[in-house]
Write a protein of this length. Structure first.
Lengths: 302, 232
């Protein structure tokens, strides 16, 4: 394609948008809403995933042994646990360490209450392994395995918490995918309407072009450009908006809710937007292209 | 240059718009096609532009049978044919320079060539001074001149004019006919479909008369020329 033809096609695409201002604005607005929600859900899901990962990494399965089990047998159980792929880390806690931890947790500042225990360790049979996992969704299968091991008295896990987090994350993903899909369909429909109007307005011009000897490609290109531009503008506006909103939200939460910032750590703006920007722009351009291409196939027989 | 061999065109099961028409138009000829409404003149023009396909028969233009031209090749084929219509079909939102340049842009002519060629065409049709005017600011005759300039800017070998004087007064109609004659003198084959029998008689050119889809006469005004395959 010649540069002059490329510039001409680009100009015609912009003119098409300008000629159908109302329809173009409606398409851009819908596209913006679509990409805005996409960006919003993306940011939420990304942050939530990070929180889930953090929680998961601190979530342990605890394995207690049969009373009187020797250290050799405990080490054997440890070796078997190490072989499991889903296990990222395993810590052995002796009965003394368990009692020490308990004292710190429950009798801090009331040490005199401890005197009754003297050198007696009420948790004498509570030496155990704390097992940390790569993927918390594998917890139930690991627990089943551990319970079946010889020498294991009890396995404690927070299966409910793990499953709830995973399920909730999945739910957010599904809901957001559903809403975005509906909005994408609306956006394609509106872009298609805008391009159809453009074709109707320019019917005479198209007829002249065809008689003069314009190629199909030349006749169609401005409408494709129109769709792509609408998609691009519709994606760029919410990205700018989301960028400022997200940056401000991080600062606002850090300033006003210091207690929350200990539990909730937002991902840095650049980390979220380094993926969100290209994905959204590609999505916008893609929807614009598909919307205009479908319409041209249907309404522009050249 | 233009050859029709036993060409028929039916739109539906009824009377055919063209019925077994055969015709030869040589390179550099000036031909009038006359006939009442429904005689098949417009169908003939559409067939020549490959806007329609004949139901039967073969049309050959510049030694190329049109039925051998594939859909993708149609634009290139049409670049050899200039077309002028009764209603001018100018783009109202562009000035006349842009209207003519548009015909070159759509076939990807370099800007340098457009800048040289458009003023040349405007001079030829006598509208060089009005290049910034919009169609609405011009008279009917002037608009038709712009349409002719647009049809010729890509240097086609054939010019088809469908009722080019239909919307013009007598004076302007004559001006347009003179212009078409000049264009023909320069070597372009000109085919004019018209109702204006007064002009047709005065121009003394070849006249093909159509009625109900058939050619009823084909004569050279002055000395009668029997067209090949013409029918009573």
């Amino acid at each position: 394609m010649r540069i002059s033809t490329f510039i001409y096609t680009l100009k015609q695409g912009v003119k098409n948008i300008w000629r159908n201002k109302v329809f173009s604005l409606a398409s851009i607005a819908t596209m913006s809403a679509c990409i805005f929600l996409f960006g919003l859900f993306y940011a939420i899901v990304m942050n939530f995933q990070t929180i889930v990962q953090e929680v998961e990494s601190g979530m342990a399965v605890t394995v207690f042994f049969d009373e009187g089990l020797g250290q050799e047998q405990i080490d054997e159980i440890g070796a078997q646990i190490d072989k499991r792929a889903e296990v990222s880390q395993k810590v052995f806690v002796t009965a003394e360490e368990a009692w020490e931890d308990f004292r710190v947790d429950y009798f801090y500042g009331a040490e005199d209450m401890m005197e009754g225990f003297m050198d007696d360790n009420p948790l004498a049979e509570s030496s155990h392994y704390e097992i940390y996992m790569n993927d918390v969704s594998m917890q139930s299968s690991l627990v089943t395995y551990l319970e079946s091991m010889e020498g294991v008295r009890e396995v404690r896990s927070s299966a409910v918490a793990a499953n709830t987090l995973t399920d909730f994350n999945r739910l957010i993903g599904y809901v957001s995918a559903g809403i975005i899909l509906i909005l994408l369909c609306v956006a394609v429909f509106l872009i298609s309407n805008t391009v159809t109007t453009g074709i109707t307005v320019r019917r005479e011009e198209i007829a002249i072009m065809k008689l003069i000897g314009a190629t199909d490609y030349f006749v169609r290109s401005p409408f494709i450009v129109e769709g792509i531009l609408i998609g691009l503008i519709g994606a760029a506006i919410p990205l700018v908006l989301l960028y400022f909103m997200y940056s401000r939200l991080i600062v606002y939460v850090a300033d006003k809710f210091i207690w929350l910032s200990n539990m909730l750590k937002f991902l840095p703006v650049n980390q979220v937007f380094s993926t969100l920007v290209p994905v959204s722009l590609i999505l916008g351009v893609g929807i614009g292209f598909v919307g205009s291409r479908l319409t041209i196939r249907k309404h522009l027989k050249v | 240059m233009i050859v029709l061999e036993n060409v028929s065109k039916s739109y539906s099961a009824g009377i055919p718009a063209l019925n077994d028409v055969s015709l030869h138009i040589e390179e550099g000829e000036f031909v009038f096609i006359v006939g009442d409404s429904g005689s098949g003149k417009s169908t003939l023009i559409k067939l020549l532009l490959k806007e329609l396909e004949p139901t039967e028969g073969v049309i050959t233009i510049n030694n190329k049978p049109l039925n051998k031209i594939r859909h993708k090749q149609i634009p290139r084929f049409r670049r050899n044919i200039g077309v002028v219509f009764q209603d001018f079909r100018l783009l109202k939102d562009r000035n006349i320079y842009e209207n003519i340049a548009f015909a070159q842009r759509v076939i990807a002519t370099p800007t340098k060539t457009i800048k040289r060629r458009v003023p040349m065409m405007l001079s030829m049709v006598g509208l060089a001074a009005k290049y910034k005017s919009y169609p609405a600011q011009l008279s009917g005759g002037e608009q038709q001149r712009v349409a002719i300039a647009r049809a010729l800017v890509n240097n086609p070998k054939i010019l088809l004019a469908d009722e080019p004087t239909g919307n013009l007064d007598n004076h302007n109609a004559w001006d347009i006919m003179k212009l078409l004659d000049e264009i023909n003198q320069r070597g372009t084959t000109v085919v004019v479909v018209t109702h204006n029998l007064e002009i047709v008689k005065a121009m003394k050119k070849r006249v093909i008369t159509m009625k109900k889809g058939v050619i009823v006469s084909d004569e050279q005004m002055g000395d009668v020329r029997i067209g090949e395959g013409y029918e009573d």
